[in-house]
Design a binder for this molecule. Structure first.
Ligand code: TRP
Length: 335
């Protein structure tokens, strides 16, 4: 038996970029090799539906993200890799939890509050453009987590409140119906560097400064060449601690390579030469998985098969557990 269950979800919106890779995908795949841990990694397509109502984009993004995890070597024999919407137990549990979740708790969710505030600032109706999916998002996320009795949930800082809500919801349920749920914990890794984007701010879709993970070689080089630097000339010493380019390099480098690059900065390496080294380092890590990715994308049937296999394994746990939960709330045969 594995000691702990680690679970995390990836919203199926957009194309994976270098920041997603360094901050989430790579550490998750590494963690899944730990023999003490049972990992559940899933594509959160119901969460994506809150914002993304273009069916074509939904399919595209689901395909790209699934292919990414497989190309990067996620071992689907040990990790359970599935698509949220293939597990009907999750929306069923969502409703059950919704009925024991205080509306006041949801009123306090950062994402919902920010959307209301934006409306107030714009002088429009506070509910403008807000759907119930956004409001109930933390309950669906709680169901994702509680459905598998997850202990540890690796997430970004912005998701910590959602984990606190999942604990609240689980506690309230356990108190009323008996101890069914494990109280999950957020795992926020502050050592994982937040990758800067091309403009030096945090790499994020909302800043439009991302470098897509699977750019072909030439375009990857071009994207790296566009990273902002300053006007110091070749030969002038440069400061690695204030350089987005150096941060990007560091996220892929060994400590030895990092020291060498620091020295090169002090010795006045030209920006163009430094960028070329950053490109070569990143490209050497990605070139083999990139070939696998390109092959996988051409075979969506194969990816679908993997997801179906994952769904079966996930339901091996979810189906009997949901039966117990239904029984606990009194939804059961009457005769
Ligand atoms: N809300 C998470 C995010 O935006 C994605 C997510 C959905 C998730 N369900 C989850 C993360 C369950 C961890 C556990 O990043």
């Amino acid at each position: 038996m594995r000691n702990r269950t680690v679970l995390t979800g990836i919203t199926t919106t957009g194309t994976p970029h270098l920041g997603n890779y360094v901050g989430a995908i790579k550490p998750a795949i590494q963690a899944s090799h730990n023999a003490d841990v049972q990992s559940y990694y899933f594509l959160a397509d119901y969460h994506s539906l809150v914002k993304n109502q273009d069916p074509g984009q939904m399919r595209e993004s689901t395909l790209e993200i699934a292919a990414t995890w497989l190309a990067l070597g996620l071992d689907t024999d040990t990790a359970v890799f599935y698509r949220q919407s293939d597990i009907p137990e999750i929306p069923e549990l969502t409703w059950i939890l919704t009925c024991s979740t205080a509306k006041g708790l949801m009123n306090r969710a950062h994402a919902y509050k920010a959307a209301v505030q934006e409306n107030l600032d714009a002088g429009v109706d506070p509910d403008f453009g807000i759907n119930m999916g956004l409001f109930c998002y933390p309950v669906l996320m709680s169901a994702d987590i509680l459905m598998f009795n997850a202990n540890d949930v690796p997430v970004g800082r912005d998701q910590v409140q959602h984990l606190e809500m999942a604990r609240d919801i689980a506690q309230r349920f356990n108190h009323h119906y008996g101890e069914l749920f494990v109280l999950p914990e957020a795992v926020v890794d502050d050592h994982v560097s937040v990758l800067p984007g091309q403009d030096g701010r945090k790499m994020s879709k909302s800043y439009n400064n991302t470098i897509p993970l699977w750019l072909p070689e030439k375009r990857l080089r071009k994207a790296i060449m566009k990273i902002v630097t300053n006007s110091l000339e070749p030969g002038e010493p440069k400061d690695p601690d204030n350089s987005a380019l150096f941060k990007l390099f560091s996220a892929f480098a060994t400590s030895e390579q990092r020291e060498e690059m620091k020295q090169a900065y002090r010795d006045g390496i030209a920006w163009g030469a430094a960028k070329q080294q950053v490109f070569e380092l990143i490209n050497s890590e990605l070139s083999v998985p990139r070939e696998r990715y390109e092959a996988l994308i051409e075979e969506p049937g194969k990816i679908e098969q993997e997801l179906q296999r994952g769904a079966e394994k996930a339901r091996d746990f979810a189906t009997p557990f949901l039966a117990r939960i239904r029984d606990a709330v009194g939804i059961r045969a009457i005769g």
